[in-house]
Design a protein around this ligand. Structure first.
Ligand SMILES: C[S@@+](CC[C@H](N)C(=O)[O-])C[C@H]1O[C@@H](n2cnc3c(N)ncnc32)[C@H](O)[C@@H]1O
Length: 270
């Protein structure tokens, strides 16, 4: 079995199962199995796969055909130009969350808090892209462990704290609070793609019956944690209802993503 044939067969299997971007997925899985990059695969199309590569590739294809997200199989996801390790303990960082990074970079905070850090994608990125002192919380110890590993691997300095929202932290401490909270409505569970529904952690996805439960607690908690004049930046699902929860805040604005979906809410503590 050559590299080219393996790619073709993988692509055909994935295509027949209705998996999106089958060619790219086959390439990513074969890259992982062989430990080589895409240019190697293309330059060595006629090489025979050694047995151990074939065994790994077959297993990865099987996992993907069973609905496991590619990122959990490879253990990696790129975010803001860096590679993060991911496991089923954390949400796979999404490209739309990079809008939150862009919003944060418009300010020059000295202290940043990321609430619900998951893989650490936001906290680690902001620690590397700014001079700020970064703290990150999560309610999941497994997520915090992975976030800490990502910080170490990428040489980022951040403090990781296990607590409910920011409960373990002193009030008035931060210039910027960022968060991509769980915001899917529990009633939408059945309509989620099976990759998401069956594999990503429920605590990272669901925000109560209407998807807004965490925002209801997060907004007053951010008001406690921010210094006067500090900023809150949160990712939104597609709901602008969160804006109505920001009474008492000033300069409240919502920015759309590239698809025109309301994506980032920014608000300033008076
Ligand atoms: C949507 S994920 C975001 C992960 C990561 N920040 C990202 O953008 O990829 C939400 C995260 O919030 C965490 N979380 C859920 N409820 C929480 C709570 N009450 N306090 C702290 N973290 C919470 C989950 O464990 C999960 O890691």
């Amino acid at each position: 079995m050559t590299v080219r044939t393996a790619l073709l067969q993988g692509q055909q299997l994935l295509e027949a199962a209705g998996i999106q971007v089958p060619r790219l997925t086959a390439e990513v899985l074969l890259m992982r199995a062989t430990g080589h990059d895409r240019s190697w695969l293309h330059a060595h199309g006629n090489d025979e796969l050694i047995e151990v590569w074939w065994i790994h590739y077959g297993r990865y294809l099987h996992q993907r055909l069973n609905g496991e997200p590619t990122q959990y199989i490879t253990g990696r996801q790129e975010f803001y130009g860096r590679e993060f390790r991911v496991t089923p303990d954390v949400l796979i960082p999404r490209p739309e969350t990079e809008h939150l990074i862009e919003a944060a970079l418009t300010r020059e905070p000295a202290t940043i808090l990321d609430i619900g850090t998951g893989s650490g994608a936001i906290a680690v990125t902001l620690a590397l892209e700014t001079k700020a002192r970064v703290t990150a919380t999560d309610i999941s110890l497994a997520a915090l462990r992975l976030a800490q590993q990502n910080a170490q691997r990428l040489d980022a300095r951040a403090a990781f704290v296990a607590c409910d929202l920011g409960a373990a932290l002193a009030g008035g401490s931060f210039d910027l609070v960022v968060s991509n909270p769980p915001y899917i409505a529990e009633r939408d569970h059945a309509s989620l793609p099976p990759e998401v529904r069956n594999h990503e952690p429920a605590a990272a996805l669901f925000g109560g019956p209407d998807g807004l439960a965490i925002y209801r607690r997060l907004i007053p908690e951010a008001a406690r944690l921010l210094r006067p004049g500090g900023w809150l930046m949160m990712e939104l699902g597609d709901s602008v209802a969160v804006r109505d929860m920001c009474t008492g805040w000033i300069n409240v604005e919502i920015a759309n993503d590239l698809a025109g979906i309301p994506r980032v809410l920014v608000a300033q503590k008076p």
